[in-house]
Design a protein around this ligand. Structure first.
Ligand SMILES: *Cc1c(COP(=O)(O)O)cnc(C)c1O
Length: 403
C-alpha cells in the first residue's frame, strides 16, 4: 500500500521536531533540474537544496563515483591515511589556488573551523593578547546553526532562547565600508562575510566594498574570510563569487555543492598561514576527509568544470533575470541576482512570498520564500534555455495573477 502525501506529512509532524516549515510537497525522485512527488507530479527545482545540488539531481557521474568508492572504502578516520584525501587536496588546490585545506562535513563546521583557526593565528602569529581576539561579522549574516555561529547572528529567530553566547564578535552593517573600518582594532583577527548574503534575501554589496575591505584587511593584518558555502562552486556564474569583486580571500569556506548534493562535504581553503597554526589533536572530525566524501567531491568538482556549468550559470542566469524583469506585475518590486542566484522581491502590500511559492508549486515550480517578501530562485546549474522559458511562463502567470 503506498502512502498518500498527507500520511507522510502527518507522520513527520507527529514524530519530528518542528524546526522547519516545508512547503507541502513530498518528493521521491530527482533528475537534473526536475523533481517528482509521490503522486508522479513533476516540478522544476528552483532551490537546489539551498545550492547544494548545483550539478543537478542524481548526477550520473557523481553517482557512479559514489557507488564505486562505497564498494571499496568509506571511512578510516584521520588516524590513518587514505588514498583519496590527497587527490581531493590536489584537485581543490589546482582549481582554487588554495595552499592549505582542512576538510569537514557540514558548512557550519567549516565556519567553526575557520573561527577557531583564525583566533589561534591571532594569538600566535599576529600577537593579539590572550583572550582578546575580535572577529568582525556583518548584520543579517547567515553562517549556520551551531551555538558558536548563532551567537553572532543578528536574526532574533536564530538566536532567541539559545544564549549565553561566546564573546569576541563585532557586528557591522553589510556593505558599509566606513562602519567596517571604524570597527577595526589592534585585536581584530578576521573579517568574516558572505560575498552575497543569501539567506538575507540575495543582497549584493555596493561595487568596490570588498575591494576596499580587502585593502583594509591587508593593511591591518586581518584575515579576510569569505563564506562561499552558498555563493561558491559556480552558483553566481564564477567558480567563486569573490571573482566578481576582483578580490582573493585569505580563507574561503566551501560546502553544499562540494558534493553535488550526495553527501555532506565542506572545506576550509586557506591562502595564508592561518591553517598552519593547527597542531595534531587541536581540531578534527571523525568523518572529515573520509574517502567516500573525497571521491564524491572530486567528481562533483570535475563535472562542474567539464560540463560547463559555471558558464551556464552566467548565461542562463542573465537570460532568466531578463525574462523576470519583463514580467508586468504590480507585485514585483525588484529582480536582482548574479548568475543563477536570483531574488524576486515583492512589494510588502503584495502579500507574503510564501503564498506565491505555494502558487508556484501548484504550477510545477519549487521555489523558496525568504524573509517574508522575497522569492529565491536558484535552480541547478544544468538548466537549459527551454527550461527557463518554461519557468518564465509560470512565473508570469503567478506574478501577474497574484497569489
Ligand atoms: C548553508 C550555509 C551555511 C551552513 O551550512 P550547513 O551545511 O547547513 O551547516 C553556512 N554559510 C552559508 C552562507 C550557507 O548558505
Amino acid at each position: 500500500m503506498s502512502r498518500l502525501p498527507e500520511d507522510y506529512i502527518a507522520a513527520e509532524h507527529r514524530l519530528g521536531a518542528h524546526n522547519y516549515k516545508p512547503l507541502d510537497v513530498v518528493l521521491t525522485k530527482g533528475e537534473g533540474v526536475w523533481l517528482w512527488d509521490v503522486e508522479g507530479r513533476r516540478y522544476l527545482d528552483c532551490l537546489s537544496a539551498y545550492s547544494a545540488v548545483n550539478q543537478g539531481h542524481c548526477h550520473p557521474r557523481i553517482r557512479d563515483a559514489m557507488i564505486e568508492q562505497a564498494g571499496k572504502l568509506t571511512l578510516t578516520s584521520r588516524a590513518f591515511h587514505n588514498d583519496q584525501l590527497a587527490l581531493l587536496y590536489e584537485d581543490l588546490s589546482a582549481l582554487t589556488g588554495a595552499h592549505k585545506i582542512l576538510p569537514m562535513n557540514s558548512g557550519a563546521e567549516a565556519v567553526e573551523t575557520a573561527v577557531k583557526a583564525v583566533r589561534k593565528w591571532g594569538y600566535e602569529v599576529k600577537g593579539v593578547p590572550a583572550g582578546k581576539a575580535e572577529i568582525i561579522v556583518c548584520a543579517n549574516n547567515f553562517h549556520g546553526r551551531t551555538l558558536g555561529i548563532v551567537g553572532f547572528s543578528t536574526d532574533p529567530t536564530a538566536r532567541a532562547g539559545f544564549g549565553p553566547f561566546a564573546p569576541g564578535f563585532k557586528v557591522v552593517p553589510f556593505g558599509d565600508y566606513a562602519a567596517l573600518e571604524a570597527a577595526v582594532t589592534d585585536n581584530t583577527v578576521a573579517f568574516l562575510a558572505e560575498p552575497i548574503q543569501g539567506e538575507a534575501g540575495i543582497l549584493i554589496p555596493p561595487k568596490g566594498y570588498f575591494r576596499k575591505a580587502r585593502e583594509l584587511c591587508t593593511a591591518r593584518n586581518i584575515t579576510m574570510i569569505l563564506d562561499e558555502i552558498q555563493t561558491g562552486l559556480g552558483r553566481t556564474g564564477r567558480l567563486l563569487a569573490e571573482e566578481h569583486e576582483g578580490v582573493e580571500a585569505d580563507v574561503t569556506l566551501v560546502g553544499k555543492a562540494l558534493s553535488g548534493g550526495f553527501y555532506p562535504v565542506s572545506a576550509v581553503l586557506s591562502n595564508s598561514e592561518v591553517l598552519g597554526v593547527l597542531k595534531p589533536g587541536e581540531h578534527g572530525s571523525t568523518f572529515g576527509g573520509n574517502p567516500l566524501a573525497c571521491a564524491v567531491a572530486r567528481m562533483a568538482l570535475k563535472v562542474l568544470v567539464d560540463e560547463g556549468m559555471i558558464e551556464n550559470a552566467e548565461t542562463k542566469g542573465a537570460y532568466f533575470r531578463e525574462g523576470l524583469g519583463e514580467i508586468r506585475s504590480n507585485a514585483v518590486r525588484e529582480v536582482r541576482g548574479r548568475g543563477l542566484m536570483i531574488a524576486v522581491e515583492l512589494h510588502p502590500e503584495a502579500g507574503g512570498a510564501r503564498a506565491y511559492c505555494e502558487a508556484l508549486r501548484d504550477e510545477g515550480i519549487l521555489a523558496k520564500d525568504t524573509h517574508d517578501h522575497t522569492i529565491r530562485i536558484a535552480p541547478p546549474l544544468v538548466l537549459t534555455r527551454d527550461d527557463v522559458d518554461w519557468a518564465l511562463e509560470r512565473f508570469d502567470k503567478v506574478l501577474t495573477r497574484g497569489a
